[in-house]
Design a protein. Sequence first.
Length: 348
Amino acid sequence: MKIEKALSSKLPNVDLKNLSFGTVFTDHMFVCNYKNGAWEEPKIIPYQSLSFDPSMSVLHYGQAVFEGMKGYKDDDDKIWLFRPDQNFERINKSAARLQIPEFPKKYFFEGLTELLRLDADWIQKGIGNSMYIRPFVFASQPGVQASPSEEYTFIIICCPVKAYYGGEVNVLIAEEFSRAASGGVGFAKAAGNYAAQFYPTALAQKEGYQQIVWTDASTHEYLEEAGTMNIFFRINDKLITAPNNDRILDGITRKSIIQIAKDNDIDIEVRPIKVSEVVEASKKGTLLEMFGSGTAVVVSPIKSFGYQGVNYKLPVIENPLSTLLKEKITSIQYNLSEDPHGWRLAVD
């Protein structure tokens, strides 16, 4: 792997205590090109703009997928990744659905670890501080033929971040729009999935909600995801989340929460859950918690949800499961507790 180091670091001019999520990037980036049926030798270069042809395939046909993951620094300045094997597997699964060639595991992990070593000083210690890592791949062949590209570019960029969400999160349950349809690309982290949800989310924000809880495309009866997060419901002492399908992203934080819940004898069910069940539980006072989960946010408690013109508030309770589960996950991520399932990977 070729490495070209930046002549100087931008870090001295960055205020790490006041960061807007995903807007400040580190000194280096990983780049690898696919041409003539094979991935070429990867390289790490100074973070820089790209030059491309206006006919580049991704701009016309949207052949692009990405991942979101994080690096953490413990009290001894050691860097850790959380279940990176899952991110690697998922980006290739997403790529396959969009007819993008699989990326080599060796290139991915060697490039990622070397990138984090070079930009280690950008990662701050302390709960809530981390390095957000964005691997992505896109069709880079010039030409407007409506067919899979024969050239691709795989890049990893990094940005220092603090906690993603703050304050109250109020959600609106979708009655008309859908995030994904059966047989589509909802399970993949395809770029177009996110573009398609901006408009309905903007409509919800005009009504005072921060996110949409997506329902199934066929009937809008079943709850699936919350914005860019997976979603959990606590009814009485039972935690419930929807099963994976070809419309729902296989969230790494989601599956970690499910395992941690089992480890801590929390009654958890993975099953379809209807809007009507949640509304009825809220009316009865048995809906105790709703929260989203994802890489950027880890766990985000939901304060209220709207449905058919009515806003249903969640109760304020002592010792919420959302807090417990978030603490359990973050303690593993920051090397503050045992890692019984081997989820942590050290960047040596």
